[in-house]
Design a protein. Structure first.
Length: 165
């Protein structure tokens, strides 16, 4: 916001161009304020979780991550812990900041990254182990989460140089 506000006092523009620039900066400031107010309103409207619901959401997370290759559906998970699908997703957002399947995706990618760093698996093995049937989908998800493709995380064994005779 400070950067936007400082734009109001920038030098180098005169006349109608300065007016246009100042109006644009004011509109940006208003948009930032509106987004912050909307976020604050959403969090205030979200009902708090009861102790039972917190326990149920924690149990749901454990069940979800128990078998990342074949996770339960949202409906199966909600039935297993006694919550509605909407309440379960809301509980995940409240406790973990993500939806049920965003949590699953993040955990899958974290496991794959750790496997790469240990040098224990290939790209294809890692993607299959954590539940991706297509390597391309895995690469896209990994790149989106970590900002770099998984090949950059792979630990490759060092090759020994042959001595020349």
């Amino acid at each position: 916001m400070r950067t936007l506000a400082s734009g109001l006092f920038a030098r180098g523009f005169n006349g109608p161009l300065r007016t246009l620039m100042m109006e644009g900066a004011v509109l940006q400031l208003l948009a930032v304020q509106a987004a912050a107010a909307e976020k604050q309103t959403r969090s205030a409207l979200r009902p708090a979780l009861s102790a039972h619901e917190r326990t149920a959401v924690g149990e749901a997370r454990e069940r979800l991550l128990a078998d990342m290759r074949h996770p339960p559906t949202l409906g199966e998970l909600a039935d297993a812990v006694g919550l509605t699908e909407k309440r379960l997703n809301g509980g995940f957002r409240a406790l973990f900041g993500v939806t049920v399947f965003e949590a699953l995706r993040n955990e899958r990618l974290d496991h794959a990254r750790l496997a790469f760093q240990s040098g224990a698996v290939t790209l294809k093995e890692a993607s299959f182990r954590v539940g991706y049937n297509h390597v391309t989908n895995f690469i896209n998800a990994f790149t989106q989460r970590y900002g770099a493709p998984p090949r950059q995380s792979l630990v490759r064994p060092r090759r020994r140089r042959r001595k020349r005779v």
